[in-house]
Write a protein that binds this ligand. Structure first.
Ligand SMILES: [Zn+2]
Length: 417
């Protein structure tokens, strides 16, 4: 039975809807661009059995919580605390409910804040993964979330996201989608400039806060070639029909969003430079490489794979010299780094974490590629992507299936040394 229909019938009978494994959220965001201020009402349905009471949500500590509501809420505390992945930047909202631990819980948090200049310019206010503007369950920032996002802005402003709005009228924009918990995205500005690739698919769209330049036309063409290449290789069992490149011009970083999108904030981004081309290919490949935990060594399944995918694109696009140069840099960085398997990132500094997760991950994949050849390697990557593989053990199982037990044993040794 379709979930919505079942939910509706249970609602008619006055029963609570069943516990869906996935979190759902309804978000209302009101933005005042003149003052960089925002107000947000975030309602989440936490799955049943997801945690014992008290349950916790994290929120950026610079934001002010106005109100927390939840049926049968019996206790509430809000305290800044040290949360390892984001250090001392969050506050913890602890919610106690009596009994009924098996029922899913609706929680509504109303809060407000002002975006710093890192996320706001004269042209745009950026509410993205990087802004960390939404509450999230600790260690579940990348759990799947089905969301609706309503954004209200002054009538002379407009709002764009990783996908087109479902409804838009003066000052009101609605988006719906499914992404990771901290990734619902809204860019607010007076005017956005847009470029879309002509068919054949994939339909890539570039959305920019500042006026378009020739570099953006080249970016659109390059992103389209990259999506096509991945659709035929790593993504051939899970191909994409649309992709969005957001260019807010906030000049900070570049990162992938699970909802077939990247957010590239550099205003001088130019794919004629090899480094930028590689960043674009790396970030687009995260569409397929995003399921390893970012707080353990399993992150090599994201970053090692994305780095090597970017290099493969460079080679496929004809830049074999670039492929070799960039690969050699990673191999040199990987030499002497601690083993990937069991790597305890809490004991090392960030440069060492990067050497293991990015460079050594790339080196191991290159060694595997060299051992099994193009056909088996790409079949293996396509299977790994299609399964949304989240653990090294899961990857080793696929290696055993696609390349045989000897290679599986060999790879385990590579990962352990
Ligand atoms: Zn990456």
């Amino acid at each position: 039975m379709p979930r919505l229909l079942l939910s509706f019938l249970l609602g008619m009978l006055g029963l609570a809807p069943p516990a869906w494994a996935q979190q759902q959220a309804r978000i209302l965001l009101k933005v005042a661009p003149d003052s960089q201020h925002f107000w947000c009402r975030y309602t989440v349905w936490l799955p049943a059995g997801s945690a014992r009471s008290p349950r916790f949500l994290n929120l950026d500590r610079r934001f002010t919580v106005i109100r927390v509501r939840s049926p049968r809420l019996s206790g509430l505390s809000i305290q800044p605390y040290l949360y390892a992945p984001f250090q001392d930047t969050v506050q913890r909202i602890a919610l106690a409910h009596p009994g009924l631990k098996q029922r899913r819980k609706r929680v509504t948090i109303t809060y407000e804040g002002t975006l710093s200049d890192r996320y706001a310019t004269d042209q745009v206010m950026e509410f993205s993964r990087s802004t960390l503007w939404l509450p999230f369950v600790p260690y579940q920032e990348d759990a799947p979330l089905a969301y609706s996002l309503d954004v209200q802005v002054p009538a002379s402003y407009t709002v764009v996201s990783t996908r087109p709005s479902r409804k838009a009228r003066a000052g009101h924009f609605r988006f719906r989608g499914r992404t990771s918990a901290i990734e619902p995205t809204a860019l607010v500005g007076r005017n956005f400039h847009q470029l879309t690739a002509a068919p054949p698919k994939p339909a890539v769209t570039v959305i920019k806060a500042n006026p378009l330049l020739r570099a953006d036309t080249l970016l659109l063409a390059e992103a389209t070639r990259i999506c096509s290449y991945y659709n035929q290789t790593i993504g051939r069992r899970d191909s994409i029909a649309r992709f969005t490149v957001l260019l807010p011009g906030t000049n900070r970083n570049a990162f992938a969003l699970l909802d077939n999108a990247v957010d590239i904030t550099y205003s001088d981004f130019d794919v004629r430079k090899r480094e930028d081309r590689l960043i674009l290919a790396h970030e687009i490949s995260h569409k397929w490489w995003a399921y390893g935990s970012i707080s353990t060594y399993e992150e090599w399944l994201n970053e090692g794979f994305a780095t090597y995918s970017g290099l493969l694109y460079l080679r496929a696009a004809g830049d074999t010299a670039g492929f070799r140069t960039e690969l050699d840099k990673r191999l040199a960085s990987a030499a002497g780094a601690p083993p990937i398997l069991g790597f305890d990132r809490s004991k090392y500094d960030y440069p060492t974490i990067r050497r293991v997760v990015y460079a050594k991950g790339t080196a191991v994949l290159h060694a595997l590629h060299t051992r099994v050849g193009d056909d088996v390697f790409l079949r293996l990557l396509a299977a790994t992507a299609a399964r949304k593989t989240a653990t090294t053990e899961g990857f080793l199982t696929l290696v055993g299936q696609e390349a045989g037990p000897d290679t599986q044993r060999w790879l385990r040794e590579q990962l352990a040394r």
